[in-house]
Write a protein that binds this ligand. Structure first.
Ligand SMILES: [Zn+2]
Length: 335
């Protein structure tokens, strides 16, 4: 059975020092302080230690092969988004990252599929780079759950979504710049509490502002099984019904109607939760994701799904069919 892991992150081994190049800001750069390991620095501050599987294409293939995975969909690490930067500089950085992924896909067409990053803080530049991403062979883009604290419901983002639909480019929404981050520095709470809330924020913003209503062919996938959205959809619907004056001001369609119209990945770490989401979304709209190579991901790449008592067709949908449909790619290209 073909296994495509659609949620993985990659970064070029060597990148310019953008802080020096642009003369400001805390851009990310890598300090290769020993073989196979690098310090990810945010300006002069240590951000995270990463290993060679963050950049080494062949090492990654060896690692994911162990879990019978044949293809990885790759996108950048969200800390690279740099939406806070001057738009031209963010474009420069995005182009560098996108060219790197395009080269990887050219070199390993059976092992990698690419998603780009675009300067969301500037509508025109974002659309320009989106078009270029398509030209260089990427199948979509990954965007943040908020853009400098602006929600995806803001009118300035709509033309970008419109362009994604028009150009047939898929969208992956990934939580980043988590809400409340500075008030919950202990216990890794931004990752455990903030991220699921961020994804819900993105889904609700896109539903309530009518993005999905106006762009029925836009193909969006939300990370981490849609965050806490699926678990709280009853509350969200009830809010829509009891306070339409607050909730239904831009779109009067029940939020529940959009379930099954977008995709979510399967990263739940919990069989019961996956069964619940299967019931809500159907297997056609759940994609295999791992968040490789990071420790909070499902680094056994869907092994828990193989161990669940599911129909073969259901597993096949999750492992490949849903992703093939989300990205409009063909199974034959990977066999
Ligand atoms: Zn991720």
């Amino acid at each position: 059975m073909l296994k495509i892991d659609m949620h993985t992150h990659i970064i070029p081994k060597n990148m310019p020092n953008w802080t020096e190049k642009f003369g400001y800001g805390d851009f990310i750069y890598l300090q290769h302080h020993r073989e196979g390991s690098a310090k990810m620095m945010k300006g002069n501050q240590f951000f995270r230690e990463i290993q060679a599987n963050c950049w080494d294409a062949e090492l990654r293939i060896e690692e994911y092969k162990v879990f019978n995975t044949q293809v990885q969909v790759v996108c950048t690490i969200p800390v690279m988004f740099s939406y806070w930067a001057n738009p031209d500089d963010c474009l420069d950085l995005s182009m560098f990252l996108n060219d790197h992924i395009a080269q990887l896909v050219t070199d390993y067409p059976k092992n990698y599929v690419g998603l780009g990053t675009i300067p969301m803080q500037d509508t025109d530049l974002a659309i320009e780079e989106l078009g270029r991403c398509k030209e260089i062979g990427l199948k979509g883009v990954q965007i943040g759950s908020n853009i400098n604290n602006q929600n995806l419901s803001e009118g300035r983002f709509f033309p970008i979504f419109e362009a994604c639909e028009e150009l047939d480019m898929a969208v992956m929404v990934h939580p980043w710049e988590m809400m409340g981050m500075r008030y919950m520095t202990k216990y890794w709470l931004p990752w455990l509490v903030g991220m699921p809330a961020e994804t819900t924020r993105a889904i609700c913003s896109m539903i309530f502002s009518g993005v999905f209503e106006k762009l029925p062919n836009l193909r969006v996938n939300f990370a981490h099984a849609g965050g806490s959205f699926m678990a709280t959809v009853g509350r969200i619907e009830h809010g829509f019904n009891c306070r339409p004056d607050l909730v239904a001001i831009d779109n009067d369609v029940n939020p529940r109607n959009y379930i099954g119209k977008f995709w979510v990945d399967c990263i739940t770490h919990d069989c019961d939760m996956l069964e619940y989401i299967l019931k809500k979304q159907s297997s056609k709209k759940i994609t295999l994701g791992s968040d490789y190579p990071f420790p909070l991901g499902d680094l056994k790449i869907g092994k828990f799904i193989e161990e669940m008592p599911l129909e073969k067709e259901t597993v096949e949908d999750i492992f490949c069919n849903s992703t093939l449909e989300w990205l409009k790619i063909n199974k034959e290209d990977f066999l």
